[in-house]
Design a protein around this ligand. Structure first.
Ligand SMILES: Nc1ncnc2c1ncn2[C@@H]1O[C@H](COP(=O)(O)OP(=O)(O)O)[C@@H](O)[C@H]1O
Ligand SMILES: [Mg+2]
Length: 381
């Protein structure tokens, strides 16, 4: 509450136009602001396990406006200044992101005050409908997921020995995301799906804040799963981090959150990457287990083709075993998207009632050429 006594001073700590004008002894007129837009940005300091809110919003903007005026009327602000809450969440900071007139001025009773809430959430929270049995192969990952499932259901059985951070690695399209979704679905818990690249914000500080927000929301939804895809984008080896600007702050935020998770809470973090060797060793060490998602074997390709062929709206009259033999190097996603989906589209285009060998061959030849052009050469291509 101490800041209340500073009411007639400006909000920022830097020397303001107002101070300069005062010092020069000139007569000053401070404009009253027409508009102030505030963005809630968090606390200047936070300890791990801090229970204070990560983000703040309002139920009613008029109420917020009255509340804001009550404490900040008379403050001199300009764009980029910070205002600290004094009542409900002492020291929670709001950034002044816009003022009118542009040069700044005094908050008065007539000032319109708006709250800018970050709607661009990097996180998708969902309970998907995918089963373990939909995922072909990856038995080791499935076994691990079944342990995690037990933990999410009965965290008390595990105590301090809880599984916490797992790394899925392997080529794109091999089912890493799908497996994490199946785990959430079979356990009936929410999964927070995010990509490391989405955590990087526009401004310095955004990324770390998003990481804290993500874990904060997860704590409120526990038991749950946090899935961070493309981890190498931020978990880069420190040798490469300088190229990526403020990623190190995100790495640090992530490390502190991963370490700070209370094992009894029922939150499991799954990271995914195609390039585990690029990861910062500090991040990589936080994962108690690394599970490989290899490209499917011939038998698995056959199973994947069968699984999705059954779901196509047109019957597939093709020897799928032969297709499996000829698709070494294809991922599950390639088989589904580049082979089966394209075959269906071609059949529809040609007004066919079935997907026959000829159509599939054509699509296969095209897909193999495409894979080659992408700079990828499988053994048999
Ligand atoms: N092993 C698999 N079994 C069944 N479907 C798979 C498998 N691997 C990939 N797929 C299909 O490919 C899609 C993309 O896989 P995804 O989980 O996003 O791969 P990753 O996360 O490893 O890049 C899945 O939604 C699924 O339709
Ligand atoms: Mg994926």
């Amino acid at each position: 509450m101490t800041r209340k006594n500073h009411k007639l001073r400006h909000a920022s700590t830097s020397t303001s136009e107002l101070d300069k004008a005062r010092a020069s002894g000139k007569k000053i007129s401070i404009p009253s602001l027409k508009l102030v837009v505030l963005k809630p940005i968090g606390y200047p300091l936070r300890s791990i396990g801090d229970e204070r809110p990560i983000s703040i919003t309002t139920d009613n903007i008029k109420l917020f406006e009255a509340y804001a005026k009550e404490q900040w009327s008379g403050f001199y602000v300009k764009e980029g200044d910070f205002l600290f809450d004094q009542f409900m969440y002492p020291d929670f900071a709001f950034e002044v992101v816009k003022v009118s007139p542009r040069g700044g001025g005094r908050i008065s009773n007539k000032t319109e005050i708006r709250l800018k809430v970050d709607t661009l959430s990097p996180v998708v929270r969902e309970i998907p409908k995918v089963k373990f049995s939909d995922v072909i192969g990856h038995e080791k990952a499935k076994n691990k997921c079944k342990i995690i499932q037990k933990y999410l259901k009965y965290p008390e059985k595990f105590g301090e020995w809880a599984p916490k951070n797992i790394l899925f690695y392997g080529p794109p399209g091999t089912g890493k995301t799908m497996m994490a979704k199946a785990l959430a679905s079979e356990t009936n818990v929410p999964i927070f799906l995010t990509r490391a690249t989405d955590l990087i914000g526009l401004h310095v500080g955004d990324g770390a804040r998003r990481v804290h927000q993500l874990f904060g929301e997860a704590r409120e939804s526990a038991p749950c799963i946090i899935f961070i895809d493309e981890l190498d984008a931020i978990g880069l080896d420190r040798r490469y981090q300088s190229i990526r600007g403020d990623v190190s702050e995100i790495v640090n935020a992530l490390l502190s959150e991963m370490d700070g998770l209370n094992p009894n809470l029922g939150i499991v973090t799954i990271g995914a990457t195609n390039a585990p060797e690029l990861l910062d060793p500090a991040i990589r060490n936080r994962f108690e287990e690394e599970i490989e998602f290899p490209l499917p074997t011939k038998e698995e390709r056959f199973e994947i083709l069968k699984l999705y062929a059954k779901r196509l709206p047109l019957p597939v009259k093709v020897n799928l075993w032969k297709i499996a033999e000829e698709t070494e190097g294809f991922s599950g996603r390639d088989l589904r998207e580049k082979i089966l989906k394209n075959a269906l589209h071609m059949a529809i285009l040609k007004n066919r009632r079935i997907i026959d060998e000829k159509i599939l061959r054509e699509v296969l030849t095209f897909a193999r050429k495409q894979l080659k052009m992408d700079g990828w050469t499988g053994m048999f291509l």
